[in-house]
Design a binder for this molecule. Structure first.
Ligand SMILES: C[S@@+](CC[C@H](N)C(=O)[O-])C[C@H]1O[C@@H](n2cnc3c(N)ncnc32)[C@H](O)[C@@H]1O
Length: 350
Protein backbone atom coordinates (compact mmCIF):
# COMPACT_ATOMS: atom_id res chain seq x y z
CA UNK A 1 0.00 0.00 0.00
CA UNK A 2 1.30 3.48 -0.87
CA UNK A 3 1.91 6.06 1.86
CA UNK A 4 -1.06 8.14 0.69
CA UNK A 5 -3.36 5.06 0.70
CA UNK A 6 -2.27 4.35 4.27
CA UNK A 7 -3.04 7.93 5.29
CA UNK A 8 -6.56 7.75 3.83
CA UNK A 9 -7.13 4.36 5.45
CA UNK A 10 -6.15 5.74 8.84
CA UNK A 11 -8.19 8.89 8.27
CA UNK A 12 -11.27 6.72 7.57
CA UNK A 13 -10.72 4.39 10.52
CA UNK A 14 -9.71 6.95 13.14
CA UNK A 15 -9.69 10.68 12.51
CA UNK A 16 -12.95 11.18 10.62
CA UNK A 17 -14.81 8.20 12.05
CA UNK A 18 -17.76 9.43 14.10
CA UNK A 19 -16.85 13.03 13.28
CA UNK A 20 -17.41 13.29 9.53
CA UNK A 21 -19.43 10.46 7.91
CA UNK A 22 -18.82 12.11 4.52
CA UNK A 23 -15.02 12.22 4.80
CA UNK A 24 -14.89 8.75 6.39
CA UNK A 25 -16.82 7.33 3.43
CA UNK A 26 -14.76 9.19 0.82
CA UNK A 27 -11.47 8.17 2.49
CA UNK A 28 -12.43 4.47 2.42
CA UNK A 29 -13.03 4.75 -1.33
CA UNK A 30 -9.98 6.88 -2.12
CA UNK A 31 -7.53 4.43 -0.57
CA UNK A 32 -8.61 1.89 -3.24
CA UNK A 33 -8.53 4.38 -6.13
CA UNK A 34 -5.11 4.68 -7.86
CA UNK A 35 -6.14 7.68 -9.94
CA UNK A 36 -7.16 9.79 -6.95
CA UNK A 37 -4.16 8.61 -4.96
CA UNK A 38 -1.98 9.81 -7.84
CA UNK A 39 -3.69 13.21 -7.64
CA UNK A 40 -2.95 13.35 -3.91
CA UNK A 41 0.75 12.71 -4.59
CA UNK A 42 1.41 16.44 -5.07
CA UNK A 43 0.70 17.12 -1.39
CA UNK A 44 3.99 18.16 0.27
CA UNK A 45 5.29 15.40 2.54
CA UNK A 46 4.98 17.32 5.83
CA UNK A 47 1.26 17.93 5.23
CA UNK A 48 -1.61 15.57 6.15
CA UNK A 49 -2.82 14.43 2.71
CA UNK A 50 -6.52 13.71 3.42
CA UNK A 51 -7.09 17.03 5.24
CA UNK A 52 -5.47 18.98 2.42
CA UNK A 53 -7.28 17.16 -0.41
CA UNK A 54 -10.70 17.44 1.24
CA UNK A 55 -10.15 21.12 2.02
CA UNK A 56 -9.10 21.81 -1.57
CA UNK A 57 -12.24 20.10 -2.91
CA UNK A 58 -14.51 21.97 -0.49
CA UNK A 59 -12.76 25.25 -1.41
CA UNK A 60 -13.67 24.71 -5.07
CA UNK A 61 -17.13 23.42 -4.23
CA UNK A 62 -17.96 26.66 -2.36
CA UNK A 63 -17.74 28.31 -5.79
CA UNK A 64 -20.05 25.78 -7.47
CA UNK A 65 -22.82 25.09 -4.93
CA UNK A 66 -25.09 23.92 -7.77
CA UNK A 67 -22.82 20.91 -8.44
CA UNK A 68 -24.61 17.66 -7.37
CA UNK A 69 -21.68 16.80 -5.08
CA UNK A 70 -22.48 19.88 -2.97
CA UNK A 71 -25.83 18.28 -1.97
CA UNK A 72 -23.83 15.99 0.35
CA UNK A 73 -22.05 18.85 2.12
CA UNK A 74 -23.88 20.20 5.20
CA UNK A 75 -21.58 23.23 4.93
CA UNK A 76 -23.19 24.10 1.59
CA UNK A 77 -26.60 22.41 1.20
CA UNK A 78 -29.51 23.62 3.34
CA UNK A 79 -30.93 20.08 3.44
CA UNK A 80 -27.92 17.80 2.87
CA UNK A 81 -28.24 14.24 1.59
CA UNK A 82 -26.81 11.32 3.57
CA UNK A 83 -23.93 9.44 1.94
CA UNK A 84 -25.18 7.00 -0.73
CA UNK A 85 -23.94 5.04 -3.76
CA UNK A 86 -23.65 8.17 -5.87
CA UNK A 87 -21.50 10.18 -3.47
CA UNK A 88 -18.11 8.73 -4.34
CA UNK A 89 -18.60 8.69 -8.15
CA UNK A 90 -19.61 12.36 -7.96
CA UNK A 91 -16.61 13.20 -5.75
CA UNK A 92 -14.27 11.31 -8.05
CA UNK A 93 -15.61 13.02 -11.18
CA UNK A 94 -15.36 16.45 -9.47
CA UNK A 95 -11.71 15.81 -8.59
CA UNK A 96 -10.76 14.62 -12.05
CA UNK A 97 -12.67 17.43 -13.80
CA UNK A 98 -10.88 19.98 -11.62
CA UNK A 99 -7.52 18.20 -11.53
CA UNK A 100 -5.38 21.21 -12.54
CA UNK A 101 -6.98 23.59 -10.05
CA UNK A 102 -6.77 20.99 -7.30
CA UNK A 103 -3.10 20.31 -7.98
CA UNK A 104 -2.38 24.00 -7.83
CA UNK A 105 -4.19 24.33 -4.46
CA UNK A 106 -2.49 21.22 -3.07
CA UNK A 107 0.90 22.58 -4.08
CA UNK A 108 0.41 26.00 -2.53
CA UNK A 109 -2.00 25.81 0.40
CA UNK A 110 -1.31 24.26 3.81
CA UNK A 111 -3.39 22.70 6.57
CA UNK A 112 -3.86 25.75 8.78
CA UNK A 113 -7.16 25.08 10.49
CA UNK A 114 -7.80 27.83 13.02
CA UNK A 115 -9.90 26.11 15.67
CA UNK A 116 -11.56 28.92 17.60
CA UNK A 117 -12.93 26.80 20.45
CA UNK A 118 -9.35 26.01 21.51
CA UNK A 119 -9.61 29.43 23.15
CA UNK A 120 -11.74 27.71 25.81
CA UNK A 121 -8.67 25.61 26.71
CA UNK A 122 -6.30 28.59 26.62
CA UNK A 123 -8.40 30.97 28.71
CA UNK A 124 -8.15 29.12 32.09
CA UNK A 125 -4.41 28.70 31.56
CA UNK A 126 -3.97 32.42 30.93
CA UNK A 127 -6.20 33.25 33.90
CA UNK A 128 -3.95 31.03 36.02
CA UNK A 129 -0.83 32.84 34.75
CA UNK A 130 -2.47 36.22 35.31
CA UNK A 131 -3.11 35.32 38.96
CA UNK A 132 0.31 33.71 39.36
CA UNK A 133 2.04 36.88 38.16
CA UNK A 134 -0.09 39.17 40.39
CA UNK A 135 -2.22 40.48 37.56
CA UNK A 136 0.58 41.77 35.36
CA UNK A 137 -0.66 42.30 31.76
CA UNK A 138 -0.05 39.22 29.64
CA UNK A 139 1.86 39.38 26.36
CA UNK A 140 0.51 36.60 24.14
CA UNK A 141 2.99 35.30 21.58
CA UNK A 142 1.56 32.45 19.52
CA UNK A 143 3.69 30.00 17.57
CA UNK A 144 1.77 28.90 14.46
CA UNK A 145 -1.38 31.04 14.87
CA UNK A 146 -2.71 30.54 11.31
CA UNK A 147 -5.01 33.62 11.07
CA UNK A 148 -4.50 34.53 14.74
CA UNK A 149 -8.12 33.99 15.78
CA UNK A 150 -7.15 32.56 19.18
CA UNK A 151 -5.19 35.74 19.83
CA UNK A 152 -8.64 37.36 20.10
CA UNK A 153 -9.68 35.08 22.98
CA UNK A 154 -10.28 37.95 25.41
CA UNK A 155 -13.08 39.16 23.13
CA UNK A 156 -15.11 35.94 23.20
CA UNK A 157 -17.80 34.66 25.63
CA UNK A 158 -17.42 31.29 27.39
CA UNK A 159 -19.84 28.83 28.94
CA UNK A 160 -18.27 26.04 31.00
CA UNK A 161 -21.60 24.65 32.23
CA UNK A 162 -21.76 24.23 36.01
CA UNK A 163 -18.20 25.61 36.32
CA UNK A 164 -19.49 29.00 35.16
CA UNK A 165 -19.64 31.55 32.41
CA UNK A 166 -17.06 34.24 31.72
CA UNK A 167 -15.81 36.63 29.11
CA UNK A 168 -17.85 38.84 26.85
CA UNK A 169 -21.37 37.46 27.17
CA UNK A 170 -22.67 39.72 24.38
CA UNK A 171 -19.83 38.93 21.95
CA UNK A 172 -20.63 37.29 18.62
CA UNK A 173 -18.32 34.36 19.46
CA UNK A 174 -19.84 32.26 22.26
CA UNK A 175 -17.94 29.08 23.09
CA UNK A 176 -19.31 26.13 25.09
CA UNK A 177 -16.86 23.80 26.77
CA UNK A 178 -17.81 20.89 29.01
CA UNK A 179 -15.77 20.44 32.19
CA UNK A 180 -14.79 16.88 33.05
CA UNK A 181 -13.12 15.42 36.12
CA UNK A 182 -12.89 16.41 39.78
CA UNK A 183 -11.31 19.85 39.34
CA UNK A 184 -12.81 22.89 37.63
CA UNK A 185 -10.44 25.06 35.57
CA UNK A 186 -9.56 28.49 36.98
CA UNK A 187 -12.00 30.90 35.33
CA UNK A 188 -11.77 34.69 35.40
CA UNK A 189 -14.42 36.92 36.94
CA UNK A 190 -12.99 39.75 34.84
CA UNK A 191 -10.86 38.88 31.85
CA UNK A 192 -7.05 38.91 32.26
CA UNK A 193 -5.46 42.09 30.96
CA UNK A 194 -3.85 41.40 27.61
CA UNK A 195 -1.00 43.58 26.38
CA UNK A 196 0.90 42.57 23.24
CA UNK A 197 -0.70 40.02 20.87
CA UNK A 198 1.71 38.63 18.29
CA UNK A 199 1.86 35.44 16.26
CA UNK A 200 4.65 33.96 14.15
CA UNK A 201 3.52 31.74 11.29
CA UNK A 202 5.38 30.46 8.24
CA UNK A 203 2.33 31.51 6.31
CA UNK A 204 -0.08 33.69 8.27
CA UNK A 205 -3.59 33.81 6.86
CA UNK A 206 -5.06 37.27 6.40
CA UNK A 207 -8.66 37.60 7.62
CA UNK A 208 -9.13 40.67 5.45
CA UNK A 209 -8.34 38.65 2.29
CA UNK A 210 -11.39 36.88 0.86
CA UNK A 211 -9.43 33.88 -0.45
CA UNK A 212 -7.70 33.28 2.89
CA UNK A 213 -11.02 33.43 4.77
CA UNK A 214 -12.48 30.99 2.25
CA UNK A 215 -9.54 28.66 2.79
CA UNK A 216 -10.13 28.81 6.57
CA UNK A 217 -13.78 27.80 5.94
CA UNK A 218 -12.72 25.04 3.56
CA UNK A 219 -10.49 23.48 6.22
CA UNK A 220 -13.46 22.86 8.51
CA UNK A 221 -15.12 19.51 7.98
CA UNK A 222 -18.52 19.82 6.30
CA UNK A 223 -20.63 18.48 9.18
CA UNK A 224 -19.06 20.89 11.72
CA UNK A 225 -21.51 23.70 11.13
CA UNK A 226 -21.14 25.14 14.64
CA UNK A 227 -17.42 25.51 14.03
CA UNK A 228 -18.21 27.35 10.78
CA UNK A 229 -20.31 29.81 12.80
CA UNK A 230 -17.51 30.32 15.34
CA UNK A 231 -15.06 30.87 12.52
CA UNK A 232 -17.22 33.44 10.71
CA UNK A 233 -17.76 35.46 13.92
CA UNK A 234 -14.11 35.18 14.98
CA UNK A 235 -12.99 36.41 11.56
CA UNK A 236 -15.18 39.49 12.01
CA UNK A 237 -13.71 40.02 15.48
CA UNK A 238 -10.15 39.76 14.16
CA UNK A 239 -10.95 42.08 11.25
CA UNK A 240 -12.05 44.75 13.75
CA UNK A 241 -9.06 44.34 16.06
CA UNK A 242 -6.34 42.24 14.42
CA UNK A 243 -3.35 40.87 16.33
CA UNK A 244 0.10 41.37 14.81
CA UNK A 245 1.12 38.41 12.65
CA UNK A 246 4.75 37.98 11.64
CA UNK A 247 5.56 35.81 8.62
CA UNK A 248 8.43 33.39 9.11
CA UNK A 249 9.70 30.30 10.80
CA UNK A 250 9.00 30.46 14.53
CA UNK A 251 12.42 29.08 15.45
CA UNK A 252 14.20 31.74 13.39
CA UNK A 253 11.99 34.65 14.40
CA UNK A 254 11.35 33.93 18.06
CA UNK A 255 14.20 35.88 19.59
CA UNK A 256 13.62 39.05 17.54
CA UNK A 257 9.88 38.99 18.17
CA UNK A 258 10.35 38.43 21.92
CA UNK A 259 12.66 41.43 22.07
CA UNK A 260 9.65 43.58 21.02
CA UNK A 261 7.62 42.54 24.08
CA UNK A 262 7.73 45.20 26.83
CA UNK A 263 9.43 43.96 29.99
CA UNK A 264 6.47 45.03 32.14
CA UNK A 265 4.29 42.41 30.45
CA UNK A 266 4.33 38.70 31.32
CA UNK A 267 5.66 36.91 28.27
CA UNK A 268 3.38 33.94 27.46
CA UNK A 269 4.50 31.90 24.49
CA UNK A 270 1.91 29.38 23.37
CA UNK A 271 1.02 26.99 20.60
CA UNK A 272 -2.02 24.87 19.82
CA UNK A 273 -1.75 21.96 17.41
CA UNK A 274 1.13 23.52 15.50
CA UNK A 275 4.20 21.56 16.61
CA UNK A 276 3.12 18.40 14.76
CA UNK A 277 4.03 20.37 11.63
CA UNK A 278 7.60 20.91 12.93
CA UNK A 279 10.38 18.40 12.33
CA UNK A 280 11.89 16.74 15.41
CA UNK A 281 14.98 18.92 14.93
CA UNK A 282 12.87 22.09 14.74
CA UNK A 283 11.02 21.12 17.94
CA UNK A 284 14.34 20.63 19.72
CA UNK A 285 15.63 23.96 18.40
CA UNK A 286 12.47 25.68 19.60
CA UNK A 287 12.94 24.28 23.09
CA UNK A 288 16.59 25.40 23.05
CA UNK A 289 15.62 28.93 21.98
CA UNK A 290 12.90 29.20 24.59
CA UNK A 291 15.24 27.88 27.29
CA UNK A 292 17.85 30.47 26.27
CA UNK A 293 15.21 33.24 26.41
CA UNK A 294 14.07 31.95 29.80
CA UNK A 295 17.56 32.65 31.12
CA UNK A 296 17.22 36.29 30.07
CA UNK A 297 13.72 37.06 31.35
CA UNK A 298 10.82 35.36 33.08
CA UNK A 299 8.48 33.65 30.65
CA UNK A 300 5.87 30.93 30.35
CA UNK A 301 5.41 28.47 27.51
CA UNK A 302 1.99 26.91 27.22
CA UNK A 303 2.04 24.06 24.73
CA UNK A 304 -1.29 22.47 23.73
CA UNK A 305 -0.55 19.51 21.50
CA UNK A 306 -1.42 15.86 21.04
CA UNK A 307 0.60 13.67 23.39
CA UNK A 308 1.57 10.33 21.83
CA UNK A 309 2.36 9.10 25.35
CA UNK A 310 -1.03 9.98 26.84
CA UNK A 311 -2.88 9.41 23.54
CA UNK A 312 -4.75 12.70 24.01
CA UNK A 313 -4.20 16.43 23.56
CA UNK A 314 -2.65 17.99 26.66
CA UNK A 315 -1.93 21.53 27.86
CA UNK A 316 1.57 21.64 29.34
CA UNK A 317 3.21 24.58 31.01
CA UNK A 318 6.89 25.31 31.19
CA UNK A 319 7.72 28.21 33.48
CA UNK A 320 10.97 30.16 33.69
CA UNK A 321 10.84 32.33 36.80
CA UNK A 322 13.84 33.95 38.46
CA UNK A 323 16.14 31.59 36.57
CA UNK A 324 14.27 28.48 37.74
CA UNK A 325 12.54 26.16 35.30
CA UNK A 326 9.45 24.16 36.25
CA UNK A 327 6.99 22.06 34.28
CA UNK A 328 3.39 21.10 34.91
CA UNK A 329 0.59 19.29 33.13
CA UNK A 330 -2.37 21.65 33.33
CA UNK A 331 -5.14 19.88 31.47
CA UNK A 332 -6.32 17.29 29.00
CA UNK A 333 -8.90 18.35 26.43
CA UNK A 334 -10.80 17.40 23.31
CA UNK A 335 -8.75 18.56 20.32
CA UNK A 336 -11.28 21.23 19.28
CA UNK A 337 -11.99 22.38 22.84
CA UNK A 338 -15.35 20.59 23.24
CA UNK A 339 -14.32 19.52 26.75
CA UNK A 340 -11.52 20.13 29.21
CA UNK A 341 -10.32 18.14 32.20
CA UNK A 342 -8.20 20.23 34.53
CA UNK A 343 -5.38 18.13 36.00
CA UNK A 344 -3.09 20.55 37.81
CA UNK A 345 -4.08 20.43 41.49
CA UNK A 346 -2.19 23.65 42.33
CA UNK A 347 -4.37 25.77 40.02
CA UNK A 348 -7.60 23.76 39.66
CA UNK A 349 -10.74 24.60 41.62
CA UNK A 350 -12.30 21.95 43.90
C1 LIG B 1 -2.90 23.31 12.24
S1 LIG B 1 -2.51 25.01 12.26
C2 LIG B 1 -3.02 25.44 13.90
C3 LIG B 1 -3.42 26.88 13.98
C4 LIG B 1 -3.81 27.38 15.38
N1 LIG B 1 -2.71 27.22 16.30
C5 LIG B 1 -5.04 26.70 15.92
O1 LIG B 1 -4.92 25.81 16.78
O2 LIG B 1 -6.15 27.05 15.53
C6 LIG B 1 -0.74 24.98 12.39
C7 LIG B 1 -0.09 26.31 12.02
O3 LIG B 1 1.31 26.22 12.31
C8 LIG B 1 2.01 26.92 11.29
N2 LIG B 1 3.41 26.46 11.25
C9 LIG B 1 3.88 25.24 10.87
N3 LIG B 1 5.21 25.21 10.97
C10 LIG B 1 5.62 26.42 11.44
C11 LIG B 1 6.87 27.01 11.75
N4 LIG B 1 8.01 26.34 11.58
N5 LIG B 1 6.89 28.28 12.20
C12 LIG B 1 5.74 28.98 12.36
N6 LIG B 1 4.52 28.48 12.06
C13 LIG B 1 4.46 27.23 11.62
C14 LIG B 1 1.22 26.59 10.03
O4 LIG B 1 1.49 27.50 8.98
C15 LIG B 1 -0.22 26.66 10.55
O5 LIG B 1 -0.76 27.94 10.37
Amino acid sequence: MSEAAGEFQQFAAQESRGSSPLYAHLSREICEDPELLALAECVPTAQPTPNLLFAAVQYLLFETPEHPLASYYPSIAADPLPVDDETYPLFRAFCLDNRDQLQSILGTRRVQTNAVRRSAVLLPAFEYLFQRTKRTPLALLEIGPSAGLNLCLHQFGYDYGDAGRCGEQTAAVQLNCTVRGALAPPLPTTMPTIGSRIGIDVRPLDVSAVEDSKWLRALIWPEHTKRQQHLACAIETAQRDPPTLVAGDAVDRLEAVCSRIPTDETLCLFNTHALYQFSQTAREQLLDRITALGKQRDLFWLSCEYSPRLLAPVAQLLAFENGTKSASLLAMYQSHGEWIEWIDAASGVR
